[in-house]
Design a protein around this ligand. Sequence first.
Ligand code: NAD
Ligand code: MG
Length: 421
Amino acid sequence: PVHAGAKGKSAGHNVDMGDVRGSGRTRTIPQKGMTFPRGHNPPRRKPSAINGLPDASCARQHRQDIKGAPIMAATIWYEKDADLSVFDGKKVAILGYGSQGHAHALNLRDSGVDVVVGLRPTSKSVEFAKEQGLEVKPVGEAVAEADVVMILLPDQYQAAVYKKDVEPNLKPGAALAFAHGFNIHYGYIKPSEDHPVFMVAPKGPGHIVRREYAAGRGVPVVVAVEQDPDGKTWPLCLAYAKALGALRAGAIKTTFTEETETDLFGEQDVLMGGINHLCDLGFDVLTEAGYQPEIAYFEVFHELKMLVDLANEGGLNKARWSCSDTAQYGDYTSTVITEETKKRMQYQLKRIQDGSFAKEFMDDQAAGAPKFKKLQEEYSHPHLETVGPKLRAMFSWNNAEAKDKDEAESFNGKIARTQVQ
Ligand code: NAD
Ligand code: MG
């Protein structure tokens, strides 16, 4: 079993992991329905033919298989498990002021942490950050005075900035922190062994991380420690998560490998690459069949939010519970997601695990991102969006929603965020 790993006590603070775990303050949450011993797999049933199609819904097949999943338990930490005094006399440099950067800098500052933002002097975000009362310095200078350096630059630029501005300026023993394991896991950044390396990865977009903190709540995070040279990395990691507001919701223990691979899988195969294409395809099928685009937009896209909200509150059961019997029956018997989909997901996962997705992305970026830019341009005009703006204007509550300054000024309806250019 994985171990929290803290060896020594941080001077004067009682937040080393032995303490946290020993006092019974961590919680172990066995996952529901997973009652079979590790490695036990019930025999697979043959998918039956439905509506004349050769294979049955993968979702149904999957439900029959789930009992065979290994028993897993997660370690979760909350507010009481971390001590902000870890930051006494310490300075945190936040590199980047984009989606995550602005949220981390503002939340930590509002939690009483001494924060400096590191940016290129030419960055448009310099003004943003200063207006919000933050100290801003060039990356190298911010790093030079920091005890903790949180790298919140786009993943594809981190390695170059690390080589040029971070590594040469890093104080002895200063900690390096990340919000995603990509660069450490795939070896694009290789910090020397004497630096603590940890991760606090919010499971939500940066703008929500800030909004929730301001509302007195928090977005959950996953946390990991990759290097722990001084035995104090876990208390530091949890204190960071606490200052971010995340422990109000909870921090789940993970590893850089697990976070990186599952995060990439989730975004490319379900949350974005799955859902986005599914909605767009559904819209095409309806409009090509002659239905009005406005109606199609409502049916395949708009209502998704309401179902996701219900699922967020009470899981898929609540989302299904709120829908008509007709809708439920259609859901259960749908043949759209098949065994083939599952095979494709497994193929995508393999490409994440063996590094070929990361390599493809990073090689394209190194060449000036020709493929990425072409795709971004192509996908800026999904068919759905021919009617999207008109219909979204009908929802008055969308306009009244609290948006922070960064979001209000940097989202212009296009995919690329202005401050990144
Ligand atoms: P972003 O693109 O929104 O912002 C990046 C920031 O870095 C901008 O302020 C930009 O000006 C600055 N920057 C870019 N190149 C730079 C350079 N060469 N030198 C100095 N500054 C530079 O990035 P993001 O989406 O916030 O992602 C940051 C990290 O957080 C990534 O590791 C990402 O995987 C992770 N993450 C992001 C989200 C999210 O909500 N977007 C969620 C979880 C984790
Ligand atoms: Mg993610």
